[in-house]
Write a protein that binds this ligand. Sequence first.
Ligand SMILES: [Zn+2]
Length: 291
Amino acid sequence: MGPIGGCLTGRRVILRSDDSDAVLPGQWRHFMAHELTHFLQPGRLPHLPPWLMEGLAEDIASRCEAQTCPEGAFGRWLRAARRRREILPTDRVLGMSYELLSVAFDDWMSPRLSTMVYAFYAQSLILVRHLALTDGDGFRRFLLGFTRPTDVGTWWTTCFKRTSDQVLQEALAGCEAGVNTPVPAPTVGFRLHADGVLLPAVKSRASLSDVRRGALRALGRAGYDYGVEALIEVLADPRDPMREEARYALEDLSGESFGDDEAAWRAHWEASRRVRDAAAPAPAPGPISES
Ligand SMILES: [Zn+2]
């Protein structure tokens, strides 16, 4: 499927090819661009705090993606994470250390902790983007401050008129603005990927648990309503150890929270598809093997 992460060791970028978390084929481009950005940062801006290192790397990486998530997907994920109280307070984003991140990485199997790590990267990215868009000159000056050791809080107050909390709240609100548009039908490329890789992994109890977990998370973050029946089946089985992952995936996709209520989830997706199809009748999609 693809790499789930990388690390920069001296002059090498290592991308671990794994069956976890690969939302879309070709995602290695994202990770490679992310790690190569880190390769350049220490030379020019050696004192960047982690949120700026990661926010800038994610911004470059998102420009290098072969396929991007559909509109509204990020906002729906954000709303789900906010409802589960997994969005980090601004001071935790700005004060994040790599030691704390590595502790959370050790608990990657927990959907809650892995979402909080993901939230750190996502919130760092939207802070960077929002600052660059709304106050480009201030942001340039701010970045150049990290050629030397700099206290983030003091330097922020010098460069920006708004507090970090105001900027983050504005940016989060902007991302959630489009969440009420219907979840789109999948692209052909995503259907092929889901049919070939993600859905077989979710449906087979014989899959390695990491592979199955990665496929569930990938379906949840892809932003399409493809595979929701398989997610509901996992959720509905009281003996399935991945029920919580399935609930997370359904919440991430929809931005809604119906807990473990299988019937409510089914009714939600039926209604969501009706609204979408009424707005723009989909062309015949060809065979779909989702059952
Ligand atoms: Zn990084």
